[in-house]
Design a protein around this ligand. Structure first.
Ligand SMILES: Cc1cc2nc3c(=O)[nH]c(=O)nc-3n(C[C@H](O)[C@H](O)[C@H](O)COP(=O)(O)OP(=O)(O)OC[C@H]3O[C@@H](n4cnc5c(N)ncnc54)[C@H](O)[C@@H]3O)c2cc1C
Length: 548
């Protein structure tokens, strides 16, 4: 569908000819996104091509663009750093709003511990500035190169520092938001002229409506500036990074320790330790990291990362080695990474002693390989800067996630076991990468007070239709398992939001109450977005948004 010439001219007038394009060669770049899509979602490797891409620089320009879209019955889809298909148009007739020109950190308020950012500020950029001031920000598992605004406002925002930094939904403070009708609203304390410090007031709070738990994935207005919480950082103002890509490491300061803790295969001990660590209020970063790459291959991958003489081609040989097999057995399943970052020598002493006691009580062990200084320095960068999770694309080309339930450790252990069992079944049928079965990732939030999450990752080949189909079949089975067990849906229904209504119907059929929830979301969307200008595809479809 070609864009109406008058509409294009009206959009061009807003940003100038150099900041808008409808050239297929440019647009196709936006149609290929790293994503979890399967054939069922898109019928191929590509997302729908946008009608045009436009690069605004200010809130005023975004307001005018949205008004033009209302006038010409077009839809818009915001794209910050574009780390997933959720940032792509879900169908034809959509203008891609590429926000890369809005890339400034506007303010860092050290005293009140927040930063005000535009959409294209990445977490690593903010973290580097915050660290100079003894502060740090939450970074999601996707890594430091993601937009901090996007995961705080529009996605779940899970990350392994959650034990001390919460998750996306807890980090959103004051916000500026352009509604689907083109109004610019100032929300939270910002709305009453009291500054950025609070997401809910004094002033109007729309946080629940705009974001909720999972976020609207770009289907409900556009955030133009937001304040995010910052947290204390007891490390140095700059982390000295050594090595060459992808083998980056950083010496540990005296007050920081990185541990890999194992539980001889006992998930119950793993859960007990999780509770006790939360109660003792220790830890800066904590979660299951190693086996996320695939419990079968992860250790071999880590060995290649820590040794510049090894690369991916060495993995098959490493997997044959009895030593690597033994390590793999020890380091996957119920294990986690724990970073302790202490504010004083007595704090370090307390946290270390508390950990020792907890491990004594639960039978946990600090694994010697990862107590090796070289490996500790590598893990240190990985846990604090989240620099390497995107290596998950290396083995099969694409990965997906499932389960992802937010709950307490005892339930999460059940989730991990179920995830492994369901995935093994599908690996045996063929099509999914044989990652060994157990590839759970996740950890606690806010010292465990608001629970934690575990998700089951899987890997597949985006170039092989058989592999797409296997991924789809697995996702269906995972969603069904979650519903049958009576667990909250978590991330299990997220993939369905990429699908057309009829294709997602089977997903929703297994979780009836979610459909009610979506109907309510649809009513809210219609109230704010009567012309359905915000692409509803990954949020609420046109039919649902129209209340049908
Ligand atoms: C390797 C990998 C690992 C991942 N791990 C995690 C994880 O650990 N935790 C987690 O929570 N997620 C994870 N994800 C998913 C992740 O949340 C999203 O991919 C991430 O937030 C992508 O965001 P981005 O920062 O690149 O923003 P984008 O991809 O640009 O945007 C993300 C969504 O927000 C919308 N959006 C962007 N900007 C705006 C705006 N200004 N206003 C309104 N809506 C907007 C987009 O339309 C899109 O729907 C992972 C993804 C990958 C590829």
């Amino acid at each position: 569908m070609a864009l109406d010439k008058k509409a294009y001219e009206a959009l061009e007038e807003i940003v100038g000819p150099e900041n808008i394009s409808e050239e297929p060669v440019i647009l196709d770049g936006y149609a290929f996104q790293q994503h979890h899509g399967t054939e069922q979602a898109y019928g191929g490797l590509f997302c729908p091509r946008p009608e045009a891409v436009i690069l605004p620089e200010t809130t005023d320009e975004i307001q005018t663009i949205v008004r033009v879209c209302n006038r010409y019955k077009l839809k818009v889809k915001p794209h910050s750093t574009g780390w997933g298909f959720w940032a792509a148009p879900s169908s034809e007739g959509i203008i891609q709003l590429d926000l890369r020109r809005m890339n400034r950190i506007l303010e860092i308020d050290e005293e009140n511990m927040y930063a005000v950012v535009e959409p294209y500020v990445i977490s690593s950029q903010l973290q580097a500035e915050a660290m100079k001031r003894g502060l740090n920000c939450h970074i999601i598992g996707a890594g430091g190169s993601c937009s901090i605004l996007a995961s705080t406002t529009s996605m779940v925002g899970y990350g392994l520092s959650g034990i001390s930094t919460g998750f996306g939904g807890r980090n959103l403070l004051g916000a500026e938001w352009v509604s689907p009708l083109g109004e610019a609203l100032k929300l939270g304390s910002l709305g009453s002229g009291a500054g950025w410090f609070c997401g809910d007031g004094p002033g109007p709070s729309l946080r629940g409506i705009l974001r909720g738990f999972i976020g609207a994935a770009g289907g409900f207005g556009i955030f133009t500036k937001v304040a995010v919480k910052l947290y204390p950082w007891p490390g140095p103002p700059e982390m000295p990074i050594q090595g060459v890509t992808p083998n980056y490491y950083s010496p540990l300061p005296e007050n920081i320790r990185d541990y890999t803790v194992t539980f001889s295969g006992s998930w119950d001990s793993f859960a007990d330790a999780w509770y006790k660590i939360s109660e003792a209020e220790i830890g800066y970063v904590m979660g299951k990291q190693i086996s996320a790459f695939g419990s079968k291959t992860a250790v071999a991958q880590f060995l290649t990362l820590s040794n510049p003489d090894l690369d991916n081609d060495d993995i098959p040989e490493l997997l044959e080695s009895p030593d690597v097999r033994e390590l793999t057995e020890e380091l996957t399943g119920p294990t986690f990474q724990l970073t302790i970052a202490a504010h004083s020598s007595s704090d370090l002493e307390y946290q270390t002693k508390a950990l020792e006691k907890i491990l004594e009580e639960t039978g946990g062990k600090i694994h010697p390989l990862f107590a090796d200084p070289g490996m500790e320095e590598l893990m240190h960068v990985m846990m604090i800067k989240v620099d390497r999770n995107n290596l998950i694309f290396d083995a099969a080309g694409r990965f997906g996630t499932s389960f992802g339930i937010f709950s307490i450790p005892d339930t999460l252990v059940g989730v991990a076991k179920a995830g492994e069992e369901v995935k093994r079944r599908h690996i045996e049928k063929g099509g999914l990468m044989d990652d060994g079965g157990e590839s759970t990732w996740g950890g606690p939030y806010e010292r465990g007070r608001i629970g934690g999450h575990l998700e089951e990752l899987f890997q597949y080949d985006p170039h092989d239709p058989k592999s797409w189909q296997a991924a789809w079949n697995y996702l269906m089975d995972a969603a069904l398992t979650v519903a049958t067990k009576g667990w909250p849906p978590g991330l299990s229904l997220l993939p369905a939001l990429a699908l057309s209504e009829e294709k997602r119907a089977p997903f929703f059929a297994v979780a009836g109450e979610v459909i009610d929830l979506l109907r309510w979301q649809g009513r809210i969307k219609r109230a704010f977005d009567p012309n359905i200008v915000s692409d509803p595809g990954h949020y609420i479809t046109v039919k649902e948004a129209e209340g049908k």
